[in-house]
Write a protein that binds this ligand. Structure first.
Ligand code: PGA
Length: 259
């Protein structure tokens, strides 16, 4: 049995107003998500819904995550949000370096790294996303890309804080496309990531770090993915916007712990 409690994180991306977000939380809570400890659940709504969703999950075990931060604490950065602003809203997790931030908004590894360090110094748990493009997979560069993104993203992270880091492996070609990596393909990369984590932080710490899979994870493929030894949960986009599929994913993850 894995030593790691599985985590299902919902990345709502630019979807749901505050009102719609609260509605979704009510539906999810009605299905008892967030009332048992065999799986951890994090919801990452857009910034504008953080406060309302935070209130709606109060008293449950569901945690609140954001989708991005700026690395500076404050200042003249129009449109940006700092780690301490998120902490003030009781946010505990933050997605960093999502492929959409990297490709659409031009975030590079150095910026991603500064955000990871800023999150950790504010006691936010960074969910660091790594993953290759289709062209990179086809050119057999998957491991090289993942290694570069992981090592650069985690540069300067002290071993004492490493267990607060969560990694999400998201092959870019599988995000929102309905194409999923096969469980074996995903496991191969997850095992590689854990090996790199062991090199940086030691095997014991690496064994405790969560590595999530992301990219078209749905109730009908989650069981097989979560059965893999190094797949500790999911970062869920599309299927997190629907109460039924998200609830089902949480149920499947809870079951995966007892294998
Ligand atoms: P998807 O998105 O589940 O819609 O593929 C996952 C993600 O981008 O985090």
């Amino acid at each position: 049995m894995s030593k790691r409690t599985p985590l299902i994180a919902g990345n709502w991306k630019m979807n749901k107003t505050a009102t719609e977000g609260v509605e979704l939380v009510k539906e999810i809570s009605a299905a008892s998500v967030g009332s048992h400890a065999s799986v951890n659940v994090v919801l990452c709504p857009p910034f504008t819904a953080l406060s309302a969703v935070g209130q709606a999950i109060e008293g449950s075990l569901i945690a609140l995550g954001a989708q991005n931060i700026h690395d500076k604490a404050n200042g003249a950065f129009t449109g940006e949000i700092s780690a301490s602003m998120l902490r003030n809203l009781h946010v505990t997790h933050v997605i960093i370096g999502h492929s959409e931030r990297r490709s659409i908004f031009g975030e590079d590894d150095a910026f991603v790294n500064r955000k990871v360090l800023a999150a950790l110094s504010a006691t936010l748990k960074p969910i660091l996303c790594v993953g290759e493009l289709l062209a990179e997979r086809e050119a057999n560069q998957t491991m090289e890309v993942v290694r570069r993104q992981l090592e650069a993203g985690l540069a300067g992270v002290p071993a004492a804080k490493a267990e607060s880091v969560i990694i999400a492996y998201e092959p870019v070609w599988a995000i929102g496309t309905g194409k999923t990596a096969t469980p074996a393909m995903a496991q191969e990369v997850h095992a590689f990531i854990r090996k790199l984590l062991a090199q940086q932080f030691g095997a014991d710490t690496a064994a405790r770090i969560l590595i999530l899979y992301g990219g078209s994870m749905k109730p009908d493929n989650a069981d097989a993915l979560l059965a893999e030894q190094d797949i500790d949960g999911g970062l869920i986009g599309g299927a997190a916007l629907d109460a039924k599929s998200f609830t089902e994913l949480v149920r499947i993850a809870a079951k995966s712990l007892s294998r």
